[in-house]
Design a protein around this ligand. Structure first.
Ligand SMILES: [Zn+2]
Length: 140
């Protein structure tokens, strides 16, 4: 089953929370507020839960006293969350990859830090001073 609507912040966070463990509506609202730092009303959550049920991502796991429903993920919902997480992971990977620099001596990839050194009047990038020194000795 395809998701008809994009994974908005509240939608995605609801799925992430339910993916961690089943929750009932009120519990979900409190956890969403803690998770997102935003005020969440029951008027936002119950229609969303209904919509997620219609989309086949969420189901009612049990009904407690006074018809208190516990919501949990369906298999399809778990698959949707894990594909959303890998898409986010892919974006993070490409972001981090674009920031990586290769050490001119050992070839390791450096995200932060590292050092520049001039070797044979050429500015080169190294992971550490040891690599820069080794390269200077080697090229001398
Ligand atoms: Zn190095």
């Amino acid at each position: 089953m395809k998701i008809r609507r994009p994974l908005t912040d509240i939608r995605l966070n609801t799925l992430l929370l339910l993916n961690a463990r089943p929750r009932h509506g009120y519990e979900l609202i409190k956890d969403l507020e803690a998770f997102t730092g935003k005020r969440i009303s029951s008027g936002q959550i119950y229609p969303l839960l209904k919509d997620l049920q219609k989309s086949g991502l969420v189901k009612i796991a049990s009904r407690g006293r006074r018809d208190k429903k516990t919501f949990s993920m369906t298999t399809n919902g778990r698959r949707t969350v894990s594909s959303a997480i890998s898409r986010i992971g892919g974006l993070l990977d490409s972001f981090v990859s674009s920031k990586l620099r290769k050490c001119a001596h050992c070839g390791c990839e450096v995200y932060k830090g590292g050092c520049k050194a001039v070797v044979r009047s050429k500015t080169m990038y190294f992971c550490c001073g040891n690599c820069a020194d080794a390269c200077r000795r080697w090229k001398a």
